[in-house]
Design a protein around this ligand. Structure first.
Ligand code: C2E
Ligand code: CA
Ligand code: CA
Ligand code: CA
Length: 275
């Protein structure tokens, strides 16, 4: 029998309540995540396509929830941004990533994702300075990845923050480039050290001329502004061949390595170059 409109509405309403309830529960659980040691970082390699050398590892956050198991960052970071927990979590990520990177070979950088909320937080520069002193990591080995969302709400403030961060010797990459609000203006007026092409273009590159054209355009942009370009989400040799053809500088993706335990605890800590 067909459900009546009333029943459907009721179901819909119930579904909404359930989602809202789960979200509230996650938000509450998130408040203890740092203290209870439920967070960890995985590391994914970034490689130079010119030399084949490992250039950096990106730190990627994981939450091991006591009953739900592994909660992916896309599911909890928006919640943490909403309830402000991202500040504490983000600080934990920075400290942990810097401490880890301090143990590696000194030419390898650590790339850390920064939430827009964190980026616009007044104490960020102070926190960064403290963490660098505390861990003893050279600022030149830290790269922060931010998205354009961090910039568009208050461009003047963002520019000021960016300049302060850069004056410490820390570099800044623009993440997920090509999606959302990406504009030539932003790239031109902000002193970024790297452009990361969003992985959505890579997944379509083999079949879509349009995706390929966008990759080519971003690479041309990078060249004219003299900013190196990294392609993320590289999974196949074919995609890599496209990137080489177009002269991309760096790449990251499952083809080179999945996010994994700290490199020091793995075999490949000082692995030979892959070309
Ligand atoms: P992102 O910064 O764009 O990170 C890249 C995402 O793509 C990661 O997902 C990574 O595991 C995944 N990835 C890497 N290579 C490949 C590939 O070849 N193919 C495919 N399909 N995916 C690939 P993950 O780890 O689930 O993180 C998702 C997002 O969560 C990140 O996107 C970032 O926006 C956010 N995030 C992760 N860690 C942190 C953090 O410490 N702080 C903040 N604020 N955000 C974080
Ligand atoms: Ca990133
Ligand atoms: Ca990205
Ligand atoms: Ca992303």
């Amino acid at each position: 029998a067909k459900a009546t409109l009333g029943e459907n509405l009721c179901f819909f309403q119930h579904g909404m309540d359930e989602t809202a309830r789960q979200r509230r529960q996650l938000a509450a659980d998130l408040r203890h995540a740092v203290d209870r040691g439920e967070l960890s970082l995985l590391y994914q390699p970034q490689r130079s396509l010119h030399t084949g050398q490992l250039s950096a590892y990106e730190a990627l956050l994981r939450w091991h929830h006591p009953t739900r198991g592994l909660v992916p960052p896309d599911d909890f970071i928006p919640i943490a941004e909403e309830n402000g927990e991202i500040i504490r979590i983000g600080e934990w990520v920075l400290r942990e990533a810097c401490r880890e990177a301090r143990k590696w070979q000194s030419t390898i950088k650590i790339a850390v994702n920064l939430s827009p909320v964190q980026f616009l937080q007044p104490g960020l520069v102070e926190t960064l300075r403290e963490i660098l002193v505390e861990t003893g990591l050279s600022p030149s080995r830290l790269e922060l990845e931010i998205t354009e969302t961090a910039i568009i709400s208050d461009k003047l403030r963002a520019l000021h923050c960016l300049r302060q961060i850069k004056s410490m010797g820390v570099s800044v990459a623009i993440d997920d480039f090509g999606t959302g609000y990406s504009s030539l203006d932003t790239l031109h007026s902000f002193p970024f050290d790297k452009i990361k092409i969003d992985k959505s273009f890579m997944s379509r590159a083999e079949h879509s001329n349009q995706a390929r054209a966008i990759i080519r355009a971003v690479l041309a942009l990078g060249r004219s502004l003299q900013i190196p370009v990294l392609a993320e989400g590289v999974e196949t040799e074919k995609q890599l061949a496209v990137l080489r053809d177009e002269g991309c500088d760096e790449a990251q993706g499952y083809l080179f390595g999945r996010p994994a335990a700290p490199p020091r605890e793995r075999e490949d800590a000082s692995e030979p170059a892959r070309t």
